[in-house]
Design a binder for this molecule. Structure first.
Ligand SMILES: [Cu+2]
Length: 201
């Protein structure tokens, strides 16, 4: 029997053996590498979209999104407006339980200022198959310069659990080829290989 007072029988007090020292050293070195990666990745990795961020009242953001939809709506898809903003303009996307509003139609090779916020609670913006991830927080307008580099049909997946409808919270971004965008049908076949880059200016 042993307790917190009576120490258990064992050999824990013997000096660490060679192998144990090697393993502890490897683990320590790896920890230090990972630790160094944090500042390194921030400065060199291009992983931190340092966009313009500002505070915004959720209701004001909703109003801005609605104005954006009214101005540039070009169609409808499954009850959601499809909005094609002018090239180089501002794009507004609202995350709310449980949809991404509206459907965006963008042009390849054009840089947009992309604003995204939430009107209720935290959501996660994950653009697939492009690897862009952002946390969407109500009260903050997260603005990024974004340039679609390939035409196609992208999905926005919510990757922050936001309630019972979380799994159906899937949005859509259509990227059209600049030249043929004018008369392109929304269901025109699109290549399935997509990339986009986030700029940090
Ligand atoms: Cu969610």
């Amino acid at each position: 029997m042993h307790s917190g007072i009576v120490s258990p029988p064992g050999i824990w007090w013997k000096p660490a053996g060679r192998q144990e020292k090697i393993w502890v050293t490897i683990a320590l070195v790896w920890c230090l590498i990972m630790f160094a990666m944090m500042p390194l990745w921030h400065l060199r990795g291009g992983q931190n979209p340092t966009g313009v961020r500002s505070k915004v009242e959720p209701a004001a953001f909703v109003a801005r999104v609605n104005r954006f939809v009214d101005e540039y709506k070009v169609g409808e898809e499954q009850g959601l407006p499809v909005v094609a903003p002018p090239p180089g303009g501002h794009v507004y996307l609202l995350a709310r339980m449980w949809q991404w509003y509206p459907v965006l139609k963008l042009q390849k090779g054009v840089t947009y200022t992309f604003h995204v916020s939430s009107s209720d609670l935290n959501h996660g913006f994950s653009l697939n198959p492009v690897n862009i991830n952002l946390q969407i927080v109500p009260g903050y307008d997260y603005a990024l310069k974004m340039t679609p580099t390939e035409a196609g049909d992208l999905r926005i997946i919510c990757n922050e659990f936001c309630g019972i409808g979380h799994h159906i919270m899937i949005g859509k971004v259509l990227v059209t080829d600049g030249a043929s965008s004018a008369g392109a049908a929304p269901d025109a076949p699109a290549p399935n290989v997509l990339t986009a880059e986030v700029r940090h200016d």
